[in-house]
Design a binder for this molecule. Sequence first.
Ligand SMILES: [Cu+2]
Length: 129
Amino acid sequence: MKRWTVLGLSALWVASMVFLPVVGGWAAEKGGKAVTITGEAIDMACFFAKGAKGSGHEKCARMCIKGGVPAGLLADDGKIYILAGDMMENPEVFQKAKEYAAKRVSVTGTVIEKDGAKLLVVQSVQPAR
Ligand SMILES: [Cu+2]
């Protein structure tokens, strides 16, 4: 990872820790409809910087996500979602989602779109068939 990427994503991560509880509560309040999206759990740093994904990148993806890089979902239709946890309702599921780095998963949750970015608030996650 390039240094600026690490710095930028670290800042994003810090911001996410501050705002996610608010976002999670907001999603629940709005009664957003849950959807299930299948794809690969990616580490956003390496994917954005060099398109890294797949089983050959699993070790790095695990390390990046464990180190605080945001986890994302590269959906089968090519769309990219930032994975977020509902820290008030369901924090352990988000932690579980991060363990699937570089694996195919089906994530159920609510999608919040803002200025072209898509956030997927994880309600449940399971290995994709
Ligand atoms: Cu990586």
